[in-house]
Design a protein around this ligand. Sequence first.
Ligand code: MG
Length: 399
Amino acid sequence: MVEMRPMKVVVLGATGSIGRQTLEVAEAFYPDCQVVGLAGGNNLDLLEKQVLKWRPRRVAIGNETLKDQIKNYPGLNQTEIFWGMEGICHLAAFEDADLIIQALGGAVGILPTVSAIRAGKRIGLANKETLVAAGDIVIPLAQKCQAQIIPVDSEHSAIFQCLQGEKSAVKALWLTASGGPFYQWTEADLEKVRVEDALRHPRWQMGAKITVDSATLMNKGLEVIEAHHLFGLPYDAIEVLIHPESAIHSMIETVDHALIAQLGTADMRLPIQYAFTWPARKKSLAKRLNLADIGSLHFVHPDMKKFPSLKMAYEVGKTGGTLPTVMNAANETAVAAFLDRKIGFREIYRITQTMTERHAEISHPTLEEILEIDRQTRIQTESYIYKFDKKGEMRCKLS
Ligand code: MG
C-alpha cells in the first residue's frame, strides 16, 4: 500500500473461502485498509457477522429469493443493501473503492468483472472461470479501460510475481499442480471415488467446487486457459508439472532457458495480499517456507490419460471462441451434480466432453453471446444428466 489514505476494498464472494481469507488480510492491514463493500450469495449468517465487524457502507446479496428473510438479520439492515446480479455489479463499480477482490465462484463472475473493469478499478481476480469463459472479451476491455487485473490464483500470482522487473521475452510458463488426492490412483480406482475422497485435498484449503476440479485436474486445465489470457502466451508455451509438495507455486522460463520460480507455503493469503500491496510487499500472515523441513521436491509430468480433463482443456482452449465457455459451464453443472451425489466422479469428464462435442462454436462471440451460451449449456447439461420421473422429481439418467 503506497497511498497515505486507507485503501478501500470491496470483497465479492465475501463468505466463500477466498472472501474469508481476504478479510483476514484486510484485518492484518487495518487501519491502512478499510472494507467498504461486501457481496455474498446465500450465507446470511456469516454475511451479517462480517457486516457487524466491518461496517461496510454497502452490501450486495446475490440470491434475491432471500429478500423475505432479511428481517431476521438486523445487522444487515444497518447498511444499504443491493440485490441480485445488478447489486453485485453495482458493488464491483463502487465509486469509493480502490480495490475489488473478485472471489465469486464460477462464470457468474463475468458481469461483475466487466463492471469493475468499466469503472477502471484495480481488481484482485480470484475467479478463473471468468477468464476461461470470456477471456477474449475481458482482457482487451481491461486494457482499454486501464483497469489493472492482479491475479489471485496462486499459480498466476506466482507467475505475475516472477514477471516483475522482467524486461525480456518469456519463452514458457510452468504451472505447477499438487496433483490432487488421486494422482497415484489407478484408473479403476478412479471409478469408485466418493464425494468425501474428492473433497480431501492434500495441500490447499479451498471451496468444494475447486477442490473437485483439482481432483479431476480440470482446475489445472482452467488455469492453463486463464494463463493464456492473463499473460498472452500460446498454449504450446504453457506447461503443467505435477509437484506434490506445492512449494513452487509456478515458474517462468525466459528465452535463455532460465527458470524463475516463486516459492512459499500453500497459503492463499499470500497471493491475496499481493493484490493489496502490489507493487510493494508487506509482512504476511503466511508462515515462512523452510526448504530444509521439506527436504526434497518432486516433479512428474501429468498423466493426461488418467486425467483427460487437462487434455480436453488444452484442446478447447486452442479452439477458442465459445468452446471454453461451454466446457466451463458443463463442468460447473457436472461438478454440482457430483457434489449432489447424482453422478460418479469420472462422469464429470464424460458429461463435459459430450457437451463440448455437441457444441457448434462461434469464433468471435460478443459478451451477450457468451452469457447466452453459458446459460443454455447449463440447461442442456442438466437435462442430459437428469430426467424427471412421474412425480416430477429429478432422477439421474447416467448412473
Ligand atoms: Mg490455482
